[in-house]
Design a protein around this ligand. Structure first.
Ligand code: PPS
Ligand code: ADP
Length: 506
């Protein structure tokens, strides 16, 4: 790492900041040497050069900008020209100091934000984070590897039988030691939490050749090619000579990339072998991630021929069947469209079966208690929906069903409610009660449309205030030509079809 030495009083008086999760992950990779040759966050010249040419300003190849953005008012307290006033202490989310950055450059980075560049130095070993003992530094890993070839495998998804066969075959063919790299910085594809991914991969360990396992705080940045190059660079830092590509793009950056042949399951003898070697009528293919997710959601279990039972058990523990998971049923639509009426019908049906605990976050009750005092301005409507979304997500976290029926006119806030439920491990079913405005206005149960037309009440949804029609509704119900029972039935059928409820009738 860097050579500079800081007096304690400089550190003690330095401002502090908790970087965002992906910046903390980058920080750890900088500190452990996994980002060799980088020693700190990149300067603007380096960033421009990396973006334009995939190399640092001095010409050394580097695929991805590694940057640190902080609030502008914090940056204003730093002076890159004054050695005693240019140190920023970086803390973990609990506020414990982890590292110091010697800020040599400050550039604007969008409204209210500044980008800092400069070398980093470790202050204390990080104390928290799952699988900490597996986060061995690259130099330590390299020293522990046997001589000869090292086959790197970046396990971004759980390892099923075909991948296990590919790893075993390639390791044998190359006569290589296997180094399994487990990305742990963010949830994996399909929302599988990083800890669950690690458990699922480790559940297959007895089916792997002898191997070294390392957890790496590596998160994708969304650019497949550059992400692939970064993965290869990091793998090389850990001592990998050959990298097995298991689906994600892996580009060569000093290591040989092996793209294995696709395998098929041969039902004649229960072996996985190259697809072309198995006649189609005896062949079963690998399941796609979407098919695997669907089997788990329905609670059907993953078949033994495809997935070792220990891996399947770990996966169904982290992604239980939908009928056991929490759920938010979120109705949206104009006033008078039928949201509350259908929601109450759904509530009664679920209460009758006793299958799940159900909470109805009734619009009137919400506005009287949870959101008392809020108006119908955009800000207050958004806050109202955020509060509903928060409570509903907590209900889902504890495996209950929450039924919500606000107008929720803005797509972005509905998306926030969906994200909150999913983050809590629950499902989110958005039901657009798509009854046309004219029908709602004709019903005018509370006389509010008449008042809105007369201008007695302002900002009325559909009349003098916007309603963003959902483009992401899971179900749409128009109540203008069906009765209440039929509307409730459509919702129940959908929830049953999608596996959220038992098929048992009532
Ligand atoms: N300006 C204005 N715009 C829309 N609605 C109004 C307004 N003023 C009062 N009401 C009554 O409040 C109910 C909507 O409240 P919500 O909490 O569902 O609205 S929002 O989701 O926060 O937009 C809604 O009740 P429902 O008919 O049950 O939807 C209206 O009766
Ligand atoms: N199929 C249907 N589903 C729901 N409500 C219906 C249906 N057909 C007619 N209605 C009537 O429409 C009105 C809907 O009002 P409400 O449920 O309070 O709407 P919202 O909660 O969307 O404001 C009620 O008077 C209800 O009886």
């Amino acid at each position: 790492m860097s050579e500079w030495v800081l007096p304690d009083e400089v550190l003690a008086n330095a401002p502090t900041c908790t970087p965002r999760p992906h910046e903390l992950a980058d920080l750890e990779l900088l500190l452990t040497g996994a980002y060799e040759p980088l020693t700190g966050f990149l300067t603007a010249a380096d960033v421009a050069s990396v973006v334009a040419r995939g190399e640092l300003a001095d010409g050394r190849p580097w695929p991805v900008p590694i940057t640190l953005d902080v609030p502008a008012e914090l940056a204003a307290r730093l002076d890159p020209r004054a050695p005693r006033d240019r140190v920023l202490v970086l803390t973990d989310p609990e506020g414990a100091p982890v590292a110091a950055v010697e800020v040599l450059e400050i550039t604007p980075a969008g409204p209210g934000s500044a980008r800092l560049a400069g070398p980093v130095r470790r202050i204390a070993e990080p104390a928290h984070g799952p699988f900490r003992k597996m986060r061995t530094a690259p130099a330590v890993v390299r020293a522990s590897l046997p001589d000869g070839r090292v086959l790197g495998v970046i396990a971004e998804r759980p390892l099923h039988r075909p991948q296990l066969a590919q790893i075993a075959h390639t390791a044998r063919a190359l006569n290589a030691h296997v180094l399994l790299l487990l990305p742990i910085a963010s949830a994996g594809p399909g929302g599988l939490p990083a800890e669950a991914l690690v458990r699922a991969v480790l559940a297959a360990r007895d089916r792997l050749p002898r191997c070294t396992v390392v957890a790496v705080p590596l998160a994708p940045r969304g650019d497949e090619i550059r992400d692939g190059l970064l993965r290869a660079k990091i793998a090389a830092a850990y001592g990998v000579t050959h990298l097995l590509s298991l689906g994600g793009t892996v580009s060569s950056a000093g290591v040989r990339v092996i793209v294995p042949r696709e395998l098929g399951y041969d039902i004649r003898d229960g072996q996985w072998r190259p697809l072309d070697d198995v006649p189609p009528r005896f062949r079963r293919g690998q399941k796609t991630p979407a098919e695997i997710a669907d089997l788990l959601d329905r609670g059907s279990g993953l078949p033994d021929w495809h997935t070792p039972p220990a891996v399947a058990a770990e996966l169904s523990r982290s992604r239980p069947p939908r009928r056991e998971r929490g759920l938010v049923v979120f109705f949206t639509g104009f006033s008078g469209s039928g949201k509350s009426t259908i929601a109450r019908g759904l509530y009664d049906a679920l209460a009758e079966t006793g299958e799940r605990t159900v909470s109805l976050l009734d619009g009137d009750v919400v506005r009287r208690l949870l959101s008392a005092g809020l108006t119908f301005s955009r800000e207050d409507r958004d806050l109202n929906i955020r509060r509903i979304g928060y409570v509903a997500a907590e209900i889902a976290r504890h495996h209950g069903i929450a039924i919500c029926c606000p107008i929720a006119p803005y797509a972005a806030t509905r998306a926030e409610a969906r994200a909150a439920a999913e983050e809590a491990g629950g499902g989110f079913v958005l039901i657009h009660v798509a009854t046309p405005l004219e029908v709602c206005e004709r019903r005018d149960r509370k006389g509010l449309y008449a008042k809105a037309r007369a201008g007695i009440i302002g900002s009325f949804t559909g009349i003098s205030d916007p309603y963003e029609t959902p483009t992401d509704a899971d179900l749409s119900v128009d109540t203008s030509e069906i009765g209440v029972d039929e509307a409730v039935k459509q919702v129940l059928d959908h929830l049953r079809d999608e596996g959220w409820l038992d098929r048992r009738g009532w």
